[in-house]
Design a protein around this ligand. Structure first.
Ligand SMILES: Nc1ncnc2c1ncn2[C@@H]1O[C@H](COP(=O)(O)OP(=O)(O)OP(=O)(O)O)[C@@H](O)[C@H]1O
Ligand SMILES: [Mg+2]
Length: 274
């Protein structure tokens, strides 16, 4: 791994009275204000439609605020999105990989390095080393030469995480990287991101609707429901009153072996008790 991903700017994200509206009038984010320190592992959580993807896309300059501002490592997302995109390795919620193109796993992982190079894009020995190391981190090294479309949903998610791990830049932004992954794949994704964060100090921003598999490893949690419902250490967010307010009156917190778990309509303790 090349150097540590330390940055001089003290804050990873600074959002100030940020509101984002879609052209159909939908106000997806309203008056969002929060700051997170750099070198963090941040989870962005909230129910479906709470604005998580909208926030990520706004940080990348793909959507523009209708009022307020958001900065990423000091760069304004409205004006300086090119600088931000150079810093970020992004795994979108829905990837547009063509499954009818005979791409191999290695081609997908190498994309994490090659897409930031200027053409002609050839993989150097160093690129291959980084891609192999990234695939090893998600425990799929043996699939290096496998056709990507033949993988299971969970294996594909792990390969997409490896593509981000193979790249460079101080921020990884992953939008629901565990969707469609079974318990085993979820654990491998969380462990790989945790290990990588600890080794490299890279900032990790991970969107998830389920805090349970990751609350032990993340440093900060932002809970969204169109606006900021809570921000802080995972223990502060795992609060009965807060989760009832966000997920409804049937949501609650249970404590097991010294860890808190959040039970909502769409998460069960069976899946996450490890
Ligand atoms: N392209 C769009 N045009 C209009 N409204 C949109 C668009 N994309 C999202 N929205 C709306 O904005 C709100 C926030 O959506 P967003 O996708 O950011 O939520 P999310 O928290 O990522 O949800 P999920 O957990 O389902 O991924 C929702 O009400 C959604 O219907
Ligand atoms: Mg989303």
């Amino acid at each position: 791994m090349e150097g540590k991903h330390l940055t001089n700017h003290p804050h990873l994200i600074e959002a100030e009275s940020l509101s984002v509206k879609y052209p159909n009038g939908e106000l997806a984010l309203e008056d969002v204000t929060f700051t997170t320190d750099a070198s963090t592992f941040l989870a962005i959580i909230g129910p479906n439609g709470s604005g998580k993807t909208t926030l990520v896309k706004t940080m990348l300059g793909l959507l523009k605020p209708c009022s307020g501002s958001i900065k990423v490592l000091g760069y304004d997302a409205k004006r300086e999105y090119n600088a931000i995109r150079r810093l970020v390795r992004y795994v979108p919620q829905r990837d547009h990989i063509q499954h009818n193109v005979p791409m191999k796993v290695k081609d997908i992982v190498l994309m994490g390095r090659l897409l930031k190079k200027s053409p002609p894009r050839f993989a150097s020995d160093k690129d291959v080393d980084y891609a192999r190391d990234a695939l090893r981190r998600v425990d799929l090294e043996e699939l290096w030469n496998q056709p990507f479309p033949e993988l299971s949903g969970g294996q594909r998610q792990r390969v997409l995480v490896a593509r981000a791990l193979a790249g460079e830049g101080p921020i990884l932004m992953l939008d629901e990287p565990m969707s469609g992954a079974d318990h085993d794949s979820q654990v491998r994704i969380v462990d790989a991101l945790h290990e990588y964060h600890e080794e490299s100090q890279a900032n990790i921003i991970m969107v998830t609707h389920d805090l349970n598999p990751i609350h032990i490893v993340v440093k900060d949690v932002l809970m969204l429901n169109r606006t900021v419902m809570g921000i802080g250490h995972p223990c502060e967010i795992m609060d009965t009153e807060l989760v009832k307010q966000v997920y409804g009156p049937t949501a609650y917190i249970v404590e097991l072996d010294g860890h808190k778990y959040c039970i909502t309509h769409d998460s069960g303790i069976d899946d996450h008790d490890r």
